[in-house]
Design a binder for this molecule. Sequence first.
Ligand code: AMP
Length: 209
Amino acid sequence: MNLIFLGPPGVGKGTHAKLLMEEMNIPQISTGDMLRGNIREGTELGLEAKRFIDAGELVPDSVVIGMVKLRLQAPDCSKGYILDGFPRTVAQAEALSGFAKIDAVVNLIASDAKIMGHLTGRRVCSRCSNTFHTSRLKDEKVCPDCGGALIHRDDDKPETIARRLEVYKRQTEPLIAHYQETGLLRNVAVESSLEANHEAIRGALGLTA
Ligand code: AMP
């Protein structure tokens, strides 16, 4: 199954994509993780992306489209994949339809208050990229999964969060109507517990226990 997870920053796309990835044994493809990986490795692409990410802006379409197109050709994508954070613009969605056949688009919905709480309390492991919320951590500095250092992403700080949410509304939200028209959209409210939200996503995709 080829899936897209759509929704504002901080709604839980990465968390839920990872849960489903483990269950379905298909890769989660997070453009944010890929871009941060490039920044860590100091690649040319990473250098170009960094100034946009730091400012809370989107990285140019041409950069991310090329990156995803190449990634989807890898053998681990042959049985399906979960796109997390891509597409983020209508131009990206249109390009994607030229090289991928998407089966469903899961649109995660939560209140602004819940999203702000998620983003300000989010910590990311600098080694394994897993994300955690401070409310579920004993030690805010150490990854409970791999022991790597947990960081508070610069773009999860209040000034940049406001910009990212604005960018989402202007550039990414139009994708909801776009995928509604194609009949692929599955709206899922994620206001309950992690487990209940995960079940709701499974239900929306017609996956039974
Ligand atoms: P994320 O980890 O998905 O929240 O992404 C972090 C940042 O990476 C975003 O705020 C953008 O600057 C950039 N980014 C990630 N995915 C995309 C995309 N599909 N298009 C453009 N920029 C992206």
